[in-house]
Design a protein around this ligand. Structure first.
Ligand SMILES: [Zn+2]
Length: 454
């Protein structure tokens, strides 16, 4: 199951997979190969136009050009169009990488003749008849009928409720291992409608750092997840890539040994990626479960778009920029988003400005107080805290009050720290370097509530 739509933040879209079995291969093979031919013509025409006119053709240009092609007439028109759209996504990703200085990137290329390309059926490309899915081909061709098991459109949410979804997209993918087709899998994306999210409740903030994930909740709780194993896997993956890259560069392109080396690289990386994904899922599931158990209504993650850009421009040291780019933050955020949504929790991004260079307790800012290895020692109030936890607490403050600097927390039980002019009675108590206590909202009402920002 995966989250698949960015434009509808409250709409829950989940994908279910159904293995079709190898006996369906003769039915789907011609369709998948036709899609592959469309992809190859896309690659060919774009290259020609780029060579002659020094520009990439537009999507509409290619679509109208291919309308008369034989391969186009094999597929449902929307399925054929989606191949062109996928090609364009690949081209724009390639161009973006080039713009960012990755000159080693190659434009999307040709696939072998017998490659089985994933075929997509959009909403108008299929019909549902009970538990039978009718996948349409081009006009005049017999559609493909797939019988699905009972309850194929039902998804069970974490709290046990069963939700019936409406299929919005169907894909057929080939599972290939060691150059052999092992199975065909049907991916059905179900629209489960707009999920009701809690409009009031606690707020949790997350600070994703390469080795640790820190979490701060508005009920005063601080958590630290050590993700060494995940990070070391990611670093190991980079090492493997570098090793293969060196080996491949010494071989003649297109030679038998080159091909063997390339397929070995793909195989090893696939296996590693599965382990990395599994760990990421475990992490995001854990945080979603914690949020659900603690009555969190909003989960806040740092908005990293600005950070990444500065890392790329070399404003940070080489070591730092490598660390920043190692974890797949966007993927983690997306996973957290849909896992939270199934529990009625909204995920929000918020600026991380100054959160790592401000003391969460007294609100004084000084980047130098962030010592080595994630240690935060405040030069004003003497707070000693793990830097990630400090960052997460500041992100939470920032989200609740707009800014994290110049705003102190008052100490419960003690004489009370001097509060800033407009500071709200935000209370916390410190014991053994851990913060606990309660935060209160802007209007100072009872309990850690935050109204919906809409
Ligand atoms: Zn301080």
């Amino acid at each position: 199951m995966a989250w698949s739509d960015k434009s509808h933040p409250y709409r829950l879209l989940l994908t279910k997979q159904f293995p079709l079995g190898l006996e369906t291969l003769p039915i789907f093979q011609p369709v998948m190969q036709a899609a592959n031919r469309i992809w190859n013509s896309c690659a060919w025409h774009s290259r020609e136009i780029f060579k002659q006119e020094d520009r990439w053709p537009t999507e509409a240009e290619l679509k109208t050009k291919f309308k008369s092609f034989a391969a186009w007439k094999e597929l449902h028109s929307q399925s054929a169009q989606s191949v062109v759209e996928e090609y364009f996504e690949a081209v724009s990703a390639y161009r973006k990488h080039r713009e960012n200085g990755h000159l080693e990137m190659n434009p999307p290329g040709f696939k072998p003749k017998n490659h089985l390309r994933t075929v997509t059926w959009k909403r108008q490309g299929f019909d549902v008849d009970g538990s039978t899915l009718v996948l349409k081909l081009s006009r005049g061709k017999e559609p493909i009928e797939v019988v699905l098991p009972e309850g194929w459109d039902v998804v069970v949410l974490p709290d046990g409720t069963e939700v019936k979804g409406v299929p919005v997209e169907v894909k057929v993918k080939a599972v290939i291992r060691r150059r052999r087709v092992e199975n065909l899998v049907l991916h059905v994306t179900l629209d489960l409608g707009v999920v009701p999210v809690y409009r009031a409740g606690a707020v949790s903030a997350y600070d994703y750092n390469s080795a640790v994930v820190a979490r701060a909740v508005s009920n005063g709780r601080l958590d630290l997840f050590v993700c060494r194993e995940l990070l070391s896997l990611v670093q190991y993956r980079n090492k493997i890539i570098a090793g293969f890259q060196e080996k491949i560069s010494r071989l003649k392109e297109g030679s038998r040994r080159w091909k063997r080396c390339l397929s070995a690289k793909v195989r090893v990386l696939k296996r590693l990626d599965r382990r990395i994904r599994q760990m990421e899922h475990a992490l995001t599931k854990l945080s979603a479960e914690l949020d659900g158990a603690e009555g969190v209504a909003f989960a806040v993650v740092g908005d990293l778009t600005g950070l990444r850009r500065s890392a790329r421009t070399g404003m940070k040291g080489k070591k730092a920029s490598q660390k920043i780019n190692q974890m797949a933050y966007d993927r983690l955020r997306q996973e957290q988003h849909y896992k939270n949504l199934t529990r009625g929790i909204e995920t929000d991004t918020w600026t991380e400005r100054n959160t790592s260079s401000t003391c969460c307790l007294c609100g004084a800012r000084n980047p130098a107080w962030r010592r080595h290895r994630g240690l935060w020692v405040c030069g004003r109030c003497g707070l000693v805290l793990q830097a990630g936890l400090n960052g997460a607490a500041n992100l939470l403050k920032q989200y609740l009050f707009g800014s994290c600097t110049g705003r102190a927390l008052c100490l419960q039980g003690s004489a009370g720290l001097a509060l800033g002019r407009e500071a709200e009675p935000v209370c916390a108590s410190i014991s053994k370097g851990r913060l606990s206590g309660t935060w209160s909202s802007r209007d100072g009402s009872d309990g850690p509530l935050r109204e919906a920002p809409r």
